[in-house]
Structures are given as structure tokens and as C-alpha cells.
Ligand binder design. Structure first.
Ligand code: NAD
Ligand code: UPG
Length: 430
């Protein structure tokens, strides 16, 4: 059992802190956001993440998980400190390391000799070394910084933490690496030990590869639509080849979230600085930008003009099982609808409000009186919605499905017009 401090209680900090406590460690999570910490101290989980709230509460009850805004208190007693603060994008797309620098400098004021510092935030290659220098300039103590990027997905974060495909530990000191191996010793996940620069690159390269897979299948979906093939069949057939794999081959309205958009841009900046423009990744982003506008293009083709159209936007979170709307394709779609003077109204089972337009948690309410509906997120309450509901609530049922929730056969004999991604449109009963 180790005494651990986790700096930052965003998605990664909170999941990491909670899971490390479940592994038997004594964890104190620190944040500069006083409201957030007060609410966490009261046992309220600020994230909609399946299973997180009960696990967090049971660790609090067992006194293995604590929350504070007082950095000194947490850091002075810690044997290992995880930095899990945000690394948002700068205006030029590069990673903003100011939160990491600030956290590192502050903790070096109170840290003991020999404390292990673990960099969990997603950072460009060279940051491990920079963190060490920033801290040493202040503390003058002996310590090691180990890189330990996180690979969890929102919506399945606990599963991904406990049963991930690998734990990556980048270190330049075997003893420091071994201490982190021991922190994870109760887990059966394979561990890759490497140098810090390679660990930092593994994280960016993994996200860039997955984003590339999504843009690739989205490009293929534009082709299947043109030649009259079915993207769902094509993706299934491709995915059966184990060298390709079936995951991340779901065509849709593009990737969003707090990671792929910013991390692909950050890697492009890393490549630019290294003198090797990453042309492939630039194309991945271009394809994604176009894909986010695809449902709008389809609606414009169908109606000519969207002015005054009441649009039911189904799903606001960037993916199901989370309330995170960061870089959600639904939000770009709503903005574009408003530019075109349409009148969007949003439905989401957990996102209660957004600054852009009214939101309801009743799907029936948003469909009633809508001219057409657009599916942005495949929450079960949307993808399992009986087609009768569209027929019975909408004036003239027209559905633009950005996540291919329904098999096309489901529309045979139905009076619904159905447009999806990479498949032929169904015009409804003539
Ligand atoms: N969200 C994910 O699913 C995910 C998955 C893997 C990796 N990552 C990476 O992990 C990092 C964190 O992501 P996130 O989504 O949890 O971020 P976030 O922005 O949701 O949360 C960061 C938290 O850190 C706090 N913070 C900032 N500076 C601080 C300081 N000096 N001291 C204490 N607290 C401070 C903020 O108040 C905030 O609560 C990023 O680098 C991200 O790219 C995120
Ligand atoms: O076949 C697919 C798979 C995903 N997506 C979209 O891609 C985005 C990201 O989805 P996902 O990867 O499931 O969620 P994230 O929580 O953003 O997780 C990614 O980003 C995290 C932060 O770096 C990493 O830790 C994870 O490994 C990585 O999967 C979402 O908008 C999805 O709708 C698709 O369009 N098609």
C-alpha cells in the first residue's frame, strides 16, 4: 500500500484516484477548483461515468480516498504523485502545458526527497524532461519523473482502467519504474517499460491511429454511398480480418471528445516542429471536419433551405454513457443549423443544458412538431427507439441518422424517410 496524491480531479484524475484506492492505496486527490472539491468531499461524483459514483463512495467510506484543495497536505505525505491535469490545445493546435507546469512547480515546493512523480496527462515528447527541469529549478531535491499515459475511454473508464490492453511506463531509472510497477501489482494488465520519450509518443501515436481508422472508414462510407454499397456490410467484412480488427470502424458524423481532436492537432504541431509535416494526420482532421457537416449537407440536398425548420437533434454528448460535450459533433451541427436559420432543439438522456439551444430530456417532446430529426449520439434510448415513435409524433417523419442506428430493412413498409451514412436513402412509402 502506498500513500498517493493525484493532482487534478477531471476525468482522468478522478478515475485514477478512485481505482488506485480500490487497489488498496491511500489516495488524496487535489484540485484548485474549490466547488468541485467541496462537492467531492460530500460524496457527489461530478461525472456521468458508469460505476464511478458507487466505487468512489465506497472508497471514501473505507477512508482510502480523500479530497482536498490543500496541495501541501496531500504532497507532504505522498510517496507517489500523479499529475493528471488538463492539456488543452493552444490557438495554434499545440498542447498547452501551463497547467502541467503550474502543478509541477507547486508540488515541488512541498515534495519530500525520493518522491515519485508520475505524469499521466497526455503530453508532447520531451515534457517528462521539462517537468523534471521545472521542478528541480525550485526544489533542489532528488526525485524521478515517470511517464504513464492513460488510455481509458469515457463511458467505459473503469473497465478500461482495470482491464486495459497495456500499462505504459516510461522511465530513465529502473528503480523508479519498478515502484510504479508495484503500485499496479494487483492488476493483470501487461506492462510495457520504455523510455519517457517513447511513452509520450505511444500515447499520441495510439490516438492518432484510432482517429485515422475512423476517418478512413468515413471516407469509405462516402464511397459506398456513391457506388451503392452498404458501409455496415463493408465494415463487418473488413473487421473480420484480424489484421484490421472490427473496432473503430463505425462510420458516422466524425470523432469528437476531449482527446482525439486536440491530440491529433498536437501531434501535427510536434511533427511540424520536428521538421516532418504529418500529411496523413492533416488529412484525417480535414475528413473529420467534413464529416461533422455531413448531415447538414444531406438536409440541404433534401430541403434546399433550412430556414425556419424545427430540427430535433437527438444526442448531445460526444458519445454514449458520458455527459461530456467537449468537441461533440452535435454541437457543431447545432451551430451550423443556427447559421442556416433553422430552429434546433436538443434531446439527451443526461446532458441537461447547453448554451446553444433548448434541451429536453423527453425524446417525445423534441420530436413532436419537428420537421426532421438528426441522430448525433447512439445512446440506447435513441438507437433502440421504436420507429412507431417517429411515425406517431412527427408531422412528416424524416430522419437523418449520423450513427447508423437502424438496419435499413427496418424501414420496409414504414412511412419514414431515412437518410444514414454510407448507405442508400429510403424514401418512405410513395
Ligand atoms: N478525458 C479522458 O477521457 C482522457 C483519457 C486519457 C487521457 N486524458 C488526458 O488526461 C489529462 C486530463 O484530462 P481530463 O479530461 O481529466 O482533464 P479536465 O480538464 O477534465 O480536468 C483537469 C482538472 O485538473 C484541475 N487542475 C488544473 N490545474 C491544477 C493544479 N495546478 N492543481 C490541481 N488541479 C488542477 C482542473 O481544475 C480540472 O478539474 C489530459 O492531458 C488528457 O488529454 C484524458
Ligand atoms: O468506430 C468509431 C469509434 C469512435 N468514434 C467516435 O470517436 C470519438 C471518440 O470515441 P472513444 O475513443 O470511444 O472515446 P474517448 O473517451 O474519446 O477515448 C479516446 O481518447 C482517450 C483520451 O486520450 C483515450 O484514452 C482512449 O484510448 C481513446 O479511445 C467519439 O466521438 C466516437 O463517437 C467513431 O466515430 N467511430
Amino acid at each position: 500500500m502506498r500513500k498517493i496524491a493525484v493532482i487534478g480531479t477531471g476525468y482522468v484524475g478522478l478515475v485514477t484516484g478512485t481505482c488506485l484506492a480500490s487497489l488498496g492505496h491511500e489516495v488524496t486527490c487535489v484540485d484548485i477548483d474549490e466547488k468541485r472539491i467541496a462537492s467531492l468531499q460530500d460524496g457527489h461524483c461530478p461525472l456521468h461515468e458508469p460505476g464511478l459514483s458507487p466505487l468512489m463512495q465506497s472508497n471514501i467510506l473505507d477512508k482510502r480516498l480523500h479530497f482536498t484543495t490543500v496541495l501541501q497536505e496531500a504532497v507532504q505525505r505522498a510517496e507517489a504523485i500523479f499529475i493528471a491535469v488538463g492539456t488543452p490545445e493552444n490557438e495554434d493546435g499545440s498542447a498547452d502545458l501551463s497547467y502541467v507546469k503550474n502543478a509541477a512547480e507547486n508540488l515541488s515546493l512541498y515534495m519530500n526527497d525520493g518522491t515519485l512523480v508520475i505524469l499521466k496527462s497526455t503530453v508532447p515528447p520531451g515534457t517528462n524532461q521539462a517537468v523534471h527541469s521545472w521542478m528541480q529549478a525550485i526544489s533542489g531535491r532528488t526525485f524521478h519523473v515517470v511517464s504513464n499515459p492513460e488510455f481509458l475511454r469515457e463511458g467505459s473508464a473503469l473497465h478500461d482502467f482495470f482491464y486495459g490492453d497495456r500499462i505504459v511506463i516510461g522511465h530513465s531509472d529502473a528503480e523508479a519504474g519498478q515502484m510504479l510497477v508495484e503500485i499496479y501489482s494487483k492488476m493483470k494488465t501487461p506492462i510495457l517499460q520504455t523510455d519517457p520519450l517513447s511513452a509520450e509518443m505511444i500515447k499520441y501515436a495510439s490516438n492518432a491511429f484510432l482517429a485515422t481508422k475512423i476517418s478512413f472508414i468515413n471516407e469509405i462510407s462516402s464511397l459506398t454511398e456513391k457506388v451503392g454499397a452498404d458501409i455496415e456490410q463493408v465494415a463487418q467484412g473488413m473487421g473480420m480480418d484480424r489484421r484490421i480488427g472490427e473496432q473503430f470502424l463505425r462510420a458516422g458524423i466524425g470523432f469528437g471528445g476531449s482527446c482525439f481532436p486536440k491530440d491529433t492537432k498536437a501531434l501535427i504541431e510536434v511533427a511540424k516542429e520536428a521538421g516532418h509535416p504529418f500529411r496523413l494526420l492533416s488529412a484525417v482532421i480535414d475528413v473529420n471536419d467534413r464529416q461533422k457537416n455531413l448531415l447538414i449537407e444531406k438536409a440541404l440536398n433534401r430541403y434546399g433551405c433550412l430556414k425556419g425548420k424545427r430540427v430535433a437533434v437527438l444526442g448531445l454528448a460526444f458519445k454514449p454513457n458520458t455527459d461530456d460535450i467537449r468537441e461533440s459533433p452535435a454541437l457543431s451541427l447545432i451551430k451550423r443549423l443556427q447559421e442556416l436559420e433553422a430552429d434546433p432543439i436538443g434531446y439527451d438522456p443526461v446532458v441537461k443544458s447547453i448554451p446553444l439551444c433548448p434541451v429536453s430530456d423527453s425524446i417525445h417532446e423534441v420530436l413532436t412538431g419537428a420537421d426532421f430529426a438528426m441522430i448525433c449520439t447512439d445512446w440506447p434510448s435513441i438507437s433502440d427507439l421504436p420507429l412507431d415513435v417517429y411515425e406517431n409524433t412527427m408531422k412528416e417523419p424524416v430522419l437523418f441518422d449520423g450513427r447508423n442506428c437502424y438496419p435499413q430493412e427496418a424501414f420496409q413498409g414504414r412511412n419514414i424517410e431515412y437518410h444514414s451514412i454510407g448507405r442508400r436513402s429510403y424514401k418512405g412509402l410513395e
